[in-house]
Ligand binder design. Structure first.
Ligand SMILES: Cc1cc2nc3c(=O)[nH]c(=O)nc-3n(C[C@H](O)[C@H](O)[C@H](O)COP(=O)(O)O)c2cc1C
Length: 393
C-alpha cells in the first residue's frame, strides 16, 4: 500500500522518534482500531505466559568483554541449507492483512529484500499464489492442518507451486483458546460487522479506507475449499475445515507428502523434539504461540536449552516476546539458531506501513551489532560462551 504521510519520515527521523520497538508499539496502538489492536497485542487468559516470555528474556545476562580490539560482527547465517543475512525471520501471523492492509505481501517483499524467512499463515488474508512471488526464495508456508487429506494435499501442492520451500506444521492449536481481551473488544470469529466494530473502525479512517480499498480481509486460502464443501456450518466460517488436532500419524503423512524442509512449531518438550527428529522432521520450532494458547505454558525461552540439548544437531527455531537486538542474542545464547518475530514486526507495520516493518529489522540489526561490540563477538552464536544466567534446570 501507499505509505501516506509517513513517506515524509526518513529512516533517520524514525530512528530518532522511534528508536525502540516499544516506541513503534505505542504508535501502532493509535493507528489501528481497538479490536485489531487487541487481536494483535493480547495473549490468552491472564496473559501470564505472554508476560513470562518477556520476563525470561529480561532476566538473561551476558558477560561483556574488554580489550578485544576491533571486531567486525557478521550476522549472516545458514539454516536448513539456506543463507540468511541475519538470524531473524517473520513468524506466521493469521489475518496479518487485518492488522495492516496487504500486510502479507508487504512483509514477504521485505523478507525477500532483507534475505530473511517469511512465514505465511494458512489463515492469512492472502493466498500462497499471491504471496509466493513476493517472498522470492524466503517463503515458508505454515499449515494449520486440514482434516480432509485431499484438501491437505491440495494446499501443499499450492504452496510448493507458489515457491514455498519450507513447511511449518503448527501443533499447539489443537483447540481454540479464549483470548479474553479480544472478546471484550467485541471481536468475534468469524468477524461480525456490529455497530461497535463499525464505530471502532470509523475512528481510524486511514486504516478503514485502506482496508476497504484492499477488500474485506478474509481467509482467502480457504475460499476454494469452502466453495466446494457442502457441509459449511450455519456460522459461515470456513475455519471449521482446519479443526483437525494433528497427531504423530499426521506428521508422518506430511513427511511423505512434502519434499522440502519440514518444521514443527509449538515444541515445548525435549522428548517431542527427539521424537520429531526420529519422524524425519528437519527442524523444531520452540514456541508457546506468543502466549496466545495456554496461559500456564512455560516461557518459550525457559525450555529452549533443554530442547537444544536433546537435539544438538537439529536446527532450532524459536520465538516469544522479542523486543530488541539484545533479546535476539539472548535467545541465541540459550540455543536458538533462528529467532522469529510475531508481534514486533506488526507493531512496525501498523505504525508506519512497510517503512515501520523495515525499521524493526534496522533496530534489531543495530542492537545486535552494538551488543556484539560490547562482548567482542564476531558471530552471534559466540554469545553462548558469554551466558552468565544459568539455564533453568
Ligand atoms: C495476531 C497473531 C496471529 C498469529 N497467528 C498465527 C498463525 O496463524 N499461525 C501460527 O503458527 N502462529 C501464529 N501466531 C503466533 C506467531 O507465529 C508466533 O509464534 C508468536 O507471535 C511469537 O511471539 P511474539 O508475538 O511475542 O513474537 C500468531 C501470533 C499473533 C500475535
Amino acid at each position: 500500500m501507499r505509505e501516506g504521510p509517513s513517506t515524509f519520515l526518513s529512516a533517520m527521523d524514525l530512528d530518532l522518534s522511534h528508536p525502540a520497538i516499544e516506541d513503534l508499539r505505542r504508535t501502532a496502538r493509535h493507528r489501528i482500531p481497538r479490536f485489531v489492536w487487541e487481536y494483535l497485542d493480547s495473549g490468552t487468559g491472564d496473559e501470564a505466559s505472554h508476560r513470562a516470555n518477556m520476563a525470561a528474556l529480561d532476566a538473561v545476562r551476558l558477560r561483556p568483554a574488554i580489550l578485544r580490539g576491533t571486531v567486525a560482527p557478521d550476522l549472516s547465517t545458514t539454516i536448513m541449507g539456506r543463507s540468511l543475512s541475519m538470524p531473524v525471520g517473520i513468524a506466521p501471523v493469521g489475518m496479518s492483512g487485518l492488522v495492516w492492509p496487504d500486510a502479507e505481501r508487504i512483509l514477504a517483499r521485505l523478507a525477500a529484500e532483507l534475505e530473511v524467512p517469511y512465514g505465511l499463515s494458512t489463515v492469512a488474508a492472502q493466498t500462497p499464489e499471491t504471496v509466493g512471488p513476493c517472498a522470492g526464495d524466503q517463503g515458508w508456508f505454515q499449515l494449520y492442518p486440514p482434516g480432509d487429506a485431499d484438501i491437505r494435499r491440495d494446499m501443499l501442492a499450492r504452496a510448493r507451486d507458489a515457491g514455498f520451500h519450507t513447511l511449518v506444521l503448527t501443533a499447539d492449536v489443537a483447540v481454540p483458546s479464549r483470548r479474553e481481551r479480544q472478546r471484550r473488544s467485541r471481536l468475534t470469529n468469524p468477524m461480525k460487522m456490529t455497530p461497535g466494530i463499525f464505530l471502532q473502525a470509523a475512528m481510524r479512517p486511514r486504516w478503514a479506507v485502506e482496508t476497504l480499498r484492499h477488500g474485506k480481509p478474509r481467509l482467502r486460502t480457504l475460499d476454494k475449499y469452502a466453495r466446494e464443501d457442502r457441509d459449511m456450518p450455519a456460522t459461515g466460517h470456513v475455519g471449521y475445515l482446519l479443526r483437525c488436532a494433528p497427531d504423530w500419524d499426521y506428521v508422518a503423512a506430511l513427511r511423505q507428502e512434502w519434499d522440502g524442509s519440514l518444521v514443527v512449531k509449538g515444541v515445548l518438550d525435549p522428548e517431542d523434539a527427539v521424537r520429531l527428529r526420529t519422524a524425519g522432521v528437519d527442524g523444531v520450532w520452540v514456541s508457546n504461540h506468543g502466549g496466545r494458547q495456554f496461559s500456564a505454558a512455560p516461557a518459550s525461552l525457559d525450555v529452549l536449552p533443554d530442547v537444544r540439548a536433546a537435539v544438538p544437531e537439529m536446527p532450532v527455531i524459536w520465538d516469544g516476546g522479542v523486543r530488541s537486538g539484545t533479546d535476539v542474542l539472548r535467545a541465541i545464547a540459550f540455543g536458538a539458531d533462528l529467532v522469529m518475530l510475531g508481534r514486533a514486526v506488526h507493531y512496525g507495520l501498523a505504525a508506519f506501513g512497510a517503512k515501520g516493518a523495515r525499521h524493526v529489522f534496522h533496530i534489531l540489526r543495530e542492537g545486535m551489532i552494538a551488543d556484539m561490540g560490547q562482548m567482542g563477538l564476531a558471530r552471534p552464536e559466540e554469545a553462548r560462551g558469554r551466558l552468565m544466567t544459568a539455564a533453568p534446570a
